[in-house]
Design a protein around this ligand. Sequence first.
Ligand SMILES: NC(=O)c1ccc[n+]([C@@H]2O[C@H](COP(=O)([O-])OP(=O)(O)OC[C@H]3O[C@@H](n4cnc5c(N)ncnc54)[C@H](O)[C@@H]3O)[C@@H](O)[C@H]2O)c1
Length: 345
Amino acid sequence: MGNKLRFAVAGVGGMGRAHIEGIRKNDLAELAAVFDINEEFAKQCAADCGLGKFYTGFDAMLTEEDIDIVIVCTPDQVHREYTVRALRAGKHVLCEKPMAQTVEDCREMIKAADETGKKLMIGQVCRKAPGFLKAKELADSGMIGDLFFVESEYAHDYSRIPGKGGWQWRTDPVLLRHPVIGGGCHAIDLLRWIAGNPSEVFAYANHKMLTSWPVDDCTVAVMKFPRDVIGKVMCSVGCKRTYTMRTCLYGSKGTIICDNTSPEITVMREILDSDGNYLTTDTKMIPVDINNHNVASEIEELIDCVINDRPVPTDGREGASTVAVGAAIVESAATGNPVGIDYTF
Ligand SMILES: NC(=O)c1ccc[n+]([C@@H]2O[C@H](COP(=O)([O-])OP(=O)(O)OC[C@H]3O[C@@H](n4cnc5c(N)ncnc54)[C@H](O)[C@@H]3O)[C@@H](O)[C@H]2O)c1
């Protein structure tokens, strides 16, 4: 028990509960405390987890409890606030995606991590989804040749997932949460992980599905990646379909089609004879697990980074880069101009 890393979870709604499950599954982790602004939620969660105490004050929790790592699962609008406070209190932090709503907030979070030397992980969980891991492994192995086009979509009907915390934070008209930064960040981050940092984006958006919401609900962005790869991200939060992040990677020798909610990925490859003549196009379905909220794997990775003092792969600069692309997409759709992206954080 004594050698375990002690976790606190801030915000015990849907994702907070998922992270608590991830902590429970890890032999090197233990849940030390839970905090939520909603007393009923905090109390119920503490009772469910067998904790004698719950917190509705973040600083009280940080002061009174012996905590190594804080997982921030609050609404996006307050990620910066809790992350910076936890880092400055000497805790490592796993902050849910998106890192923050603005690049300025990300900068403040990076500064706090740099100055304290504490680990900061951003929960870009698509990098832990089995289908996407397999697709990246195959693309990196050269199986589909030289990439020339990559696309990913975040299609998620938000009209069916109102916030559980009383505050409808996904639709707050004042503290706007743009779906491209809040949810589309998954598709953006996935393409960045596979193809690198896009230098420029151009986007169109409309507002036809969730007309009572304060922002556009569908956005399509095209972008220029390194090595002459072009890409596209679609983000719709009013679409009438089940949740998917359909993703296609097109290469000179083949194509990979995958998503986060199917038990297989599709790989198509041209088969040539020994003289290089075209024979056929082979299609293979490769089975994969469905685990699109694999937070257990994030927790495992962060623990390893802390114990072995190694850099976190999805650190603040990675999270901020994804926010920067999202912000550029929103700006492009609003102005009608292409927008370049600055990655100096
Ligand atoms: N990784 C993923 O795939 C994924 C999926 C869903 C949500 N998320 C992210 O996880 C975070 C939480 O989302 P959720 O779906 O669990 O939301 P939720 O509404 O289910 O839970 C949010 C919790 O935060 C609490 N809360 C609200 N304001 C607070 C404040 N100021 N201080 C402390 N607690 C506060 C609420 O009471 C609630 O318990 C968001 O940042 C969201 O973008 C990530």
